[in-house]
Design a protein around this ligand. Structure first.
Ligand SMILES: Cc1cc2nc3c(=O)[nH]c(=O)nc-3n(C[C@H](O)[C@H](O)[C@H](O)COP(=O)(O)OP(=O)(O)OC[C@H]3O[C@@H](n4cnc5c(N)ncnc54)[C@H](O)[C@@H]3O)c2cc1C
Length: 473
């Protein structure tokens, strides 16, 4: 049953203002606009009002009021999402978490940190690194996304292939429920078999079950050594086959990133002409894909032996000359290319950004299928991503396609890609979430029984359906 929501009128605006203070409420169209979109295509939905609370108690008061009056509430982090999770599709209130920006405690004895969800991911990584500690989740958007948004989507990044994703580092959460109740989901411990795992239920729930107001992370010690190599391949399929062979040889890289030729061409051009940060990579004829491989640890000799094993494995494949990054600058330049593929591709064309994941061994079949479906439907795509864990990003380019074609036929083509992904044992999203962009395709990957269970969980947390409506399913 569709919920009938209340529009925010003058009286409610006054009450919101009393909760957050005059400086933390936005009602004018110009300032609200930046909260109407994220990084998903060209979507834009204007909220009635944006609130910037500063404490869990203020979030609680907002949610109690919204629950009582049945007003939609959309939690927002850094607004870098690629599936539209933070967009207020039913208008109502956007709760921006930007004032929750404190790292509250770094507990070196227990390798833990307690933070607020509005801390920028890279700020957190850099702060713990100063103490020799390591927070591995590393989305390419790390300079602007928030930790709370990373939990919302269960963000990954290149290091997930060795160290796991966001959910692998969360021990405990303070959450404000849609009813306004404030809870802690667990305890700050490394093991916990005490009932259902509410912590993990919150992660990846895209702001539909509660608003996270504190996070307790576990950390690792920072690896002191790394080796980075860039391997050119004759074809994308050949590169994807090499990935499985490297694992079969017993090596676990800390990064195993795939970039097809077009991704490197566009990113080089973007870095040189737009960011003025030129990186030169040789792209001879016949080279159509690259793997960027990183090994890390604390013993350089061990890493060099692993690199040697990789070189031996690569002898079975059609590769070009392997580039070993010798200096910190060279390593940074190679990672600059990888981190800028998404902004580069989006600079040249509006895109639809897909984030599919399949069992690693099926990647060669997937890349072939993506290109063949693109040909059939008449769209170009740039494919890259975290291939070490079977996760590819497919940026489908609008270029000169008409709006009508973009919204109908291209979406049908995406449906075909998703069907192929599911046939190959995979699923719709590895790290960007479902939001509104992938919602129409959910039934391709998730059974009706599973959807019913998810709806039941949603109803248990949010009986009035106020929190982030119309997302996921
Ligand atoms: C150039 C670029 C590169 C990217 N690279 C990667 C990558 O390598 N890996 C990756 O995983 N993603 C990547 N992303 C996608 C995006 O950055 C991630 O999904 C990120 O985790 C979103 O964080 P955010 O703070 O911007 O969240 P937002 O987009 O603001 O919100 C995301 C979701 O979280 C919810 N949410 C936000 N804060 C809270 C809270 N406190 N409590 C409850 N729910 C909340 C929102 O409602 C929404 O559903 C990339 C995006 C861009 C633009």
């Amino acid at each position: 049953m569709p919920v009938s929501y209340t529009t925010v009128g003058e009286n409610l605006l006054m009450q919101f203002q009393q909760i957050v203070g005059k400086a933390n409420i936005i009602v004018d169209e110009e300032h609200k606009y930046q909260y109407s979109h994220d990084e998903t295509e060209d979507y834009s939905f204007m909220p009635d009002v944006v609130l910037k609370p500063g404490s869990a108690e203020e979030v609680s008061a907002i949610l109690k009021l919204c629950n009582e009056h049945v007003i939609p509430v959309t939690p927002r982090g850094g607004g870098t999402g690629l599936s539209g999770g933070a967009l207020p599709v039913q208008k109502g209130v956007v709760v921006s978490m930007e004032r929750f920006n404190r790292i509250l405690e770094i507990d070196e004895l227990n390798l833990q940190a307690t933070v607020e969800p509005g801390v920028i991911t890279q700020v957190f990584q850099d702060t713990v690194k100063e103490k020799g500690l390591f927070y591995p989740p590393d989305p390419s958007s790390r300079g602007s996304c928030f930790l709370g948004g990373n939990l919302g989507e269960n963000a990954g990044g290149p290091k997930a292939v060795k160290y796991g994703v966001t959910r692998d580092y969360v021990l405990n959460l303070q959450v404000v429920l849609p009813t306004g109740e404030i809870i802690w989901t667990a305890a700050n411990v490394l093991k916990n078999s005490t009932g259902y795992n509410l912590t993990q239920l919150m992660i990846g729930s895209e702001g539909t079950l509660g608003i996270i107001t504190k996070i307790v992370f576990k950390l690792r010690s920072y690896p002191t050594q790394d080796v980075t190599l860039l391997v050119p391949f004759s074809t994308s399929e050949e590169a994807c086959r090499a990935i499985s062979a490297i694992y079969m040889a017993g090596v676990t890289p800390s990064g195993m990133e795939f970039m097809e030729r077009e991704a490197i061409i566009k990113t080089q051009e973007y870095l040189a002409t737009v960011l003025n940060k030129k990186v030169n990579i040789d792209l001879p004829e016949g080279i159509n894909a690259h793997l960027l491989i990183e090994l890390d640890g604390n013993d350089q000799e061990v890493l060099m032996k692993e690199a040697e094993t990789i070189m031996n494995v690569l002898e079975q494949f059609e590769t070009g000359e392997v580039l070993f990054a010798d200096t910190v600058e060279q390593k940074e330049a190679l990672w600059r290319i990888r981190r800028n593929v998404s902004p580069a591709v989006n600079y040249y064309s509006l895109t639809k950004s897909e984030d599919v994941v399949v069992p690693r061994g099926n990647l060669p079949k997937l890349v072939t299928a993506i290109k063949s479906i693109g040909k059939q439907y008449g769209f170009n795509s740039v494919v890259y991503g975290h291939a070490g864990d079977g996760n590819l990003h497919i940026n489908i380019m609008k270029e000169a396609l008409s709006d009508a074609y973009w919204h109908k036929e291209v979406n049908e083509g995406i449906g075909e890609i998703f069907k192929e992904v599911v046939r190959l044992g995979g699923t719709l999203s590895g790290e960007h979430g479902i939001g509104i962009a992938k919602r129409p395709y959910m039934s391709l990957a998730v059974s009706e029984v599973n959807l019913r269970l998810m709806r039941g969980i949603k109803a248990a947390f949010d009986p009035n359906g106020i929190l982030n409506p119309d997302k996921i399913f």
